[in-house]
Design a protein around this ligand. Sequence first.
Ligand SMILES: [Zn+2]
Length: 358
Amino acid sequence: MSEKEGFGLRVLRYVALGLMAVLVVLGLQWALAGGRQVETAVSSTDVIPSPTPDFSQADISSAVVSSDSFTELPIINDTSLMPVPNPHTYQAKLPQHNFQIYKVKRGDTPNLIAAQFGISPETLLGGNPWLSQESSELQTGSELVILPVDGVLHTVKPGERLEDIAAQYDVPVEDIIAYAPNNLEFPYRLVPETQLLIPGAKIGQFYWTAPKSVAGTGAGGQNWAVVGTGTFIWPVNGRCITNYHWYGHPAIDIAVPEGTPVYASDRGTVTYASWAAGTYYDYGNLIVINHGNGFETFYAHLSSIGVYPGQTVEQGEWIGATGNTGRSSGPHIHFEIRINDYRDDPLFYLSGPTQNCT
Ligand SMILES: [Zn+2]
């Protein structure tokens, strides 16, 4: 019984050896003579060396059949070789962001663009680290990546861990994971060179260089397209003074509800209309008008800006709305009148009664 089985196995082994020999011969012939010879090679299966005198004809024929079918192996077209997602074969997903691109137009400022998309001006830096933080250097025609939420776009470095990134921006790891387009799933494997959005992170703030006060049409001055009347009107319909002009505050603060219209105090040219936090006075959204006669007026803490640098405005023209931006303790407008860089008391120039609200 077992002897017979052993014999059968031996026969099979010989058949297998024979088949391998045939395959080697086939391969050699094919390699030497080119693919054309395959047909004739197949027909020469009878060169199999006869292993034993005893093996049955049936065995050989079945072996030969299987040899033929080997050349016709079916091509597997199903998904059996696709990776099956399971906890033991984790593959990191790549972040899938969808950012808008904005082309800077003439007159744009960081705060105007940011407001348009409901993000903070700093987020423009977060998505465009190449951008100059000097807000007046915003170039018309530049293309800005607009992040959908406030934060910073971070490019993953090799070997970097999620905890490192969270620490770098001082934000909770959970916030980075919770931002769905980052596609982060446990065990949070990061792929170098991919980009993660770090919600709530900041990499900088826009600043500005105060425009130089220019003496008007006189000697050494610049020739302005328009020159002011030399008289000044109140920038808002409100007379409630919460902070008067003194050496620590060379301006007046006028309390008005947020969104109150702001008017040009005199005719002139807008020289600044942008976010201006981070400066000594922390103006928030600021408009500066140069009146071309040595005078400049400053309108700070605005909620919106309706003019752009270079625009000329008439006395009493609407230029924006009051707010509570920058270092501001409540809704008011901070108003300065400068004469050749000296911050004079605006109340010397404005007429009518005022209300003491300090
Ligand atoms: Zn003030």
